[in-house]
Design a protein around this ligand. Structure first.
Ligand SMILES: Nc1ncnc2c1ncn2[C@@H]1O[C@H](COP(=O)(O)OP(=O)(O)OP(=O)(O)O)[C@@H](O)[C@H]1O
Length: 291
């Protein structure tokens, strides 16, 4: 189990991440939060790549910064992943396996073949990386983090810049890993969390705002989500940022809005999704209600 105990990071006088407590068990954990919320800071602290200002992160009781034994149990994939464009995926993974001191050449070759299969890169394994799509490069980034079978896999924004097909492929790769490892990934794509995670962590303004089951996030919007059919005139009178969605229908414009009270007599309360709950929580932060 990966545990954060009063884990926090300050730059000068400002908390990038206020001290928080977390316990991550095997499975998929989504990390959400607006830009600057502290997601990368948290992930780098958990991966042992940043020195915390307070507290520590531990894996089965040992600090993630206590040495190479623990470090080898944590695979980290940064937002942008640099590789040598002339190397093939196979050459790159063999090189990483060598750096991670994986046994004999034969063992390194077997590990490389296993990982190429795991991230579905076998067909392109012997082509230079400069010929790869963004999605393939991300999958290679994940494969290199998996060399040596770490128990913890931390991925910073795996979905960024990928087309929907590659996103699904990558999500499935992570979901397969989560059968046997702790997988933590950050994203701005709520549907990726909705489709693959049971557990979610929400950061906002450097603070932990929510941790728990995905279903619990929807509760933030319970009784606050309204829908109604507006005329074009009414719709134009509502500030765009107040609406979650506005969809043209044959009778007008179907508006969806978060508000403490019905915005008009025709608005009906609707059952919120996890995305509605997340947006409600974040809108409370920006309005100051949850500071
Ligand atoms: N090296 C640093 N020096 C000073 N401030 C930093 C440093 N790294 C991060 N910060 C600040 O800490 C806060 C959290 O940054 P972080 O990168 O963790 O956010 P994030 O949630 O990952 O954002 P994004 O979604 O934009 O990637 C931000 O206000 C950022 O400016």
């Amino acid at each position: 189990m990966l545990t954060a105990n009063k884990l926090g990071k300050k730059y000068k006088n400002r908390w990038a991440l206020e001290p928080l407590e977390l316990e991550l068990e095997r499975g998929m954990h989504g990390l959400l939060g607006p830009n600057g919320a502290g997601k990368s800071t948290l992930m780098r602290l958990l991966a042992g790549l940043l020195v915390p200002t307070t507290g520590d992160a531990t894996l089965h009781g040992s600090s993630v910064r206590s040495g190479s034994g623990v470090r080898r149990q944590i695979g980290y994939v940064p937002q942008t992943f640099q590789l040598f464009p002339q190397l093939t995926a196979r050459q790159w993974l063999l090189h990483v396996a060598h750096l991670k001191r994986i046994g004999t050449r034969q063992e390194r070759e077997a590990e490389t073949a296993r990982l190429l299969r795991a991230v579905h890169l076998e067909a392109k394994a012997d082509l230079p990386a400069r010929t790869y799509s963004n999605g393939m490069i991300k999958r290679l980034g994940i494969a290199q983090a998996l060399v040596g079978s770490p128990q913890i896999v931390i991925v910073d924004e795996p979905a960024a810049g990928l087309d929907p097909e590659e996103r699904v492929r990558l999500r499935n790769v992570l979901a397969e890993l989560a059968y046997s490892s702790v997988v933590l990934f950050s994203t701005h794509v709520l549907s990726d969390v909705d489709m693959s995670c049971n557990n979610v962590i929400v950061l906002g303004g450097g603070k932990l705002r929510y941790k728990g089951q995905l279903a619990g996030l929807a509760e933030y919007a319970a009784g606050k989500l309204w829908e109604w059919e507006a005329s074009e005139h009414e719709w134009r009178a509502i500030a765009a940022e107040q609406l979650l969605t506005a969809r043209r229908t044959k009778d007008g414009i179907r508006c969806r809005m978060i508000a403490d009270h019905p915005p008009n007599p025709y608005a009906q309360a609707v059952i919120p999704t996890m995305e509605d709950g997340y947006l409600t929580l974040i809108s409370q932060l920006t309005s100051g209600a949850h500071r």
